[in-house]
Write a new protein. Structure first.
Length: 369
């Protein structure tokens, strides 16, 4: 056995060792926390929406003009200047303030990630720019959150707010996967992503997973659109809208369009997960994600059915959005793992040619399933 060269490389600019990004546990933990934080933030946003807590803090960025809001009803009644005819309850204030607080903490975590990447791992341009894009997007989402409050909870802005929050989740996953799987070569430059270098077998699964992710996101946003148009709870039965096979009103059509898109997402997610599990020489992580897609999409279907079955209970409505986000996250992760960065030597060993089934996207050492 020959001795292997150390993983660290030398920066031409500073002549100092560069710490391999995939060994930076603190950074990887922060990136993982960011993903969990985005999911929690979206879930809290759903809870805020279904409990009518959006104006629990009638101003922005403060809450009742204070850094820490009042939680007693008497003070809330005295200070409230929002649009609703009745003042919010303390739980409304607490939910909205918690939603904002999680967003602030998430932003601070991403700022820390960006600073650490640009200082310690600046040669890895893929991770550096993905993290920077994530920070920029979370800033935009925060500003839109403020606009929602200042514009009396405008439903159009709320829908865009949700869409961009889901894009933050996408960027967070891509950043984590890039940091986890990237290996540097002897010059310290980043290993390339394998865009266009997958085998025909892997490419088919990749395309199907990407389409599934898009359909899931469209179905998710169609639900937000239905709420926007006040069609979220017009169908009190499942799977059809009442006793009529064909919807009888424009509101029912909007609601059923969401259900049709959701059904399409169920089918294509199951197909994508099945296709990925049948691939040869894939990592344990990718197999787990493929299995998770089936479990999550089934849970999402049952949560969607639970809405009319429970007369649109708060927990069912909030859980519906949360599970939809988890399915979206799972599909993005599936695509990212199929397109993950690989060592430059693996690509160059094929002379720049396409990676085939005999030279596949090999799992990184220690990650084999």
């Amino acid at each position: 056995m020959t001795d292997r060269a150390p993983e660290t490389t030398v920066s031409n600019a500073t002549n100092s060792p560069i710490w391999p990004i995939w060994k930076d546990r603190f950074l990887l933990i922060l990136l993982s926390i960011a993903i969990v934080g985005v999911i929690l933030q979206i879930t809290l946003g759903g809870v805020v929406r279904v409990t009518d807590s959006g104006d629990g803090c009638p101003d922005w960025p403060t809450c009742f003009g204070q850094a820490f809001p009042p939680l007693d009803q008497e003070t809330i009644d005295r200070l409230y200047t929002g649009p609703r005819p009745t003042t919010p309850r303390p739980h409304n204030v607490l939910l909205e303030y918690s939603h904002r607080s999680v967003g602030t903490l998430l932003g601070l975590a991403i700022i820390t990630v960006v600073i650490r990447v640009w200082i310690k791992h600046r040669t890895n341009k893929v991770v550096a720019w993905l993290a920077t894009a994530e920070l920029g997007m979370i800033f935009i989402v925060g500003m839109l959150g403020g606009l929602v409050v200042l514009n009396d909870l405008d439903p159009a802005i709320r829908t865009v707010h949700l869409f961009l929050a889901e894009i933050v989740a996408l960027l967070a996953i891509l950043t984590l996967v890039a940091a986890s799987y990237t290996r540097t070569n002897s010059t310290g430059s980043s290993a390339p992503w394998i865009w266009g270098r997958v085998s025909d077998e892997h490419r088919g699964a990749l395309n199907l997973a990407a389409i599934a992710g898009v359909v899931v996101l469209v179905a998710l946003l169609s639900g937000s659109y239905a709420v926007w148009k006040e069609a979220g709870n017009v169908c009190g039965s499942w799977p059809f809208c009442g006793e009529d096979f064909i919807p009888q009103s424009s509101f029912a059509w909007i609601h059923m369009a969401h259900r049709i898109l959701s059904f399409a997402s169920i089918v294509i997610v199951l197909l994508a997960g099945h296709r990925v599990r049948r691939l040869s020489n894939i990592s344990g992580a990718l197999r787990a994600v493929a299995l998770g897609s089936a479990i999550l999409i089934f849970a999402q279907m049952m949560m969607g059915a639970a809405n009319p079955w429970t007369t649109f209970a708060v927990w069912a409505r909030a859980g519906h959005l949360s599970l939809a986000t988890l399915v979206w996250v799972d599909m993005v992760l599936m695509v990212a793992l199929l397109l993950r960065p690989v060592p430059g030597r693996l690509l160059s060993s094929n002379g720049g040619s396409e990676i085939t089934d005999t030279a596949p996207i090999a799992p990184i050492e220690g990650e084999r399933g």
